[in-house]
Design a protein around this ligand. Structure first.
Ligand code: MN
Length: 272
């Protein structure tokens, strides 16, 4: 059994040859690592694991990419030395014992302190993959408890708004003074409901929105959405790459306009 889940035993020793050669770097190439079903006694639903790092010798860190089909989740459990989860695909759920069910999305990072009872898994209507980084103590990475019941799992999480900012909402900022009801609709329907739908990550929503605004040559709306795209995890280089790509589909003048807007937005970042 792999060390993400072991509840006892000794960590795997490093091969003698590797030690004799004096710790060389080890690269395992993408697609070359085995993907196995997660142990059924600790999970509900379909879960697979690709081990990324197996500790050897004095090492403690283990890392695995864990993929949950919709509805799948771990049992309740805790970790002797804590755990860090990095969501790399889809939409998931996580709950600390006694706390609310919370939604997690691509790019979110969750740290679980040592000895904290919790579970994690996919949303009911979306798969989820996270990288789990867990330190192994005396051969144990997790202490496993009872399954998460359907009633516990089905508790609705608080919606995650597109922007967690406490500043006035987007709609209120843009036209709350002159068109308050339009501002309210913009906030509640566009940013509250459409942007919060789990079918696409916030990053992907930003990328397609920016692409549409570039193609339609809408610099006023593009300005705000470039900043939102940065907040949703798109780098400046990726936004320029998208613009370069679009020059061939949307036309050179649209791309030139977009580059000008991007220059202003990126320059404003530098001043902050
Ligand atoms: Mn955990």
């Amino acid at each position: 059994m792999n060390p993400l889940f072991t509840a006892g035993g000794t960590p795997q020793a490093a091969p003698d040859a590797a030690l004799a050669a004096g710790a060389g770097l080890q690269i395992t190439r993408a697609g070359s690592r085995p993907v196995n079903a997660a142990p059924e006694q600790y999970f509900t639903g379909q879960v697979s694991v690709e081990m990324l790092q197996v500790p050897s010798g004095e090492e403690r860190s283990s890392a695995g990419a864990v993929s949950f089909k919709p509805g799948a989740r771990t049992h309740w459990h805790s970790h002797p030395l804590g755990q860090t989860l990095i969501v790399t695909a889809g939409v998931g759920r996580i709950q600390r014992w006694g706390g609310p069910v919370e939604e997690i999305r691509v790019g979110d990072v969750v740290h679980i302190p040592p000895h904290t009872k919790h579970w994690h898994g996919a949303a009911p209507d979306s798969a989820m993959t996270h990288t789990a980084i867990t330190e192994v103590l005396n051969g144990s990475a997790a202490d496993w408890l009872e399954p998460v019941t359907d009633t516990q799992y089905q508790e609705r999480p608080e919606p995650v708004l597109a922007s967690a900012s406490t500043a006035p909402s987007q709609g209120q900022q843009l036209f709350g003074d002159i068109a308050p009801q339009f501002a309210q609709l913009t906030d509640e329907v566009l940013f509250g409901q459409v942007w919060a739908r789990p079918g696409l990550s916030q990053r992907d929503r930003s990328l397609i929105t920016v692409a549409a605004l570039i193609a339609m040559n809408r610099p006023d709306q593009l300005r705000g959405h470039l900043a939102r795209a940065q907040a949703n995890g798109l780098s400046d280089a990726e936004l320029i790459e998208a613009t370069t790509h679009l020059a061939f589909y949307a036309g050179w003048p649209s791309a030139v306009t977009a580059i000008g807007v991007a220059r202003d937005v990126f320059a404003a970042d530098d001043k902050r």
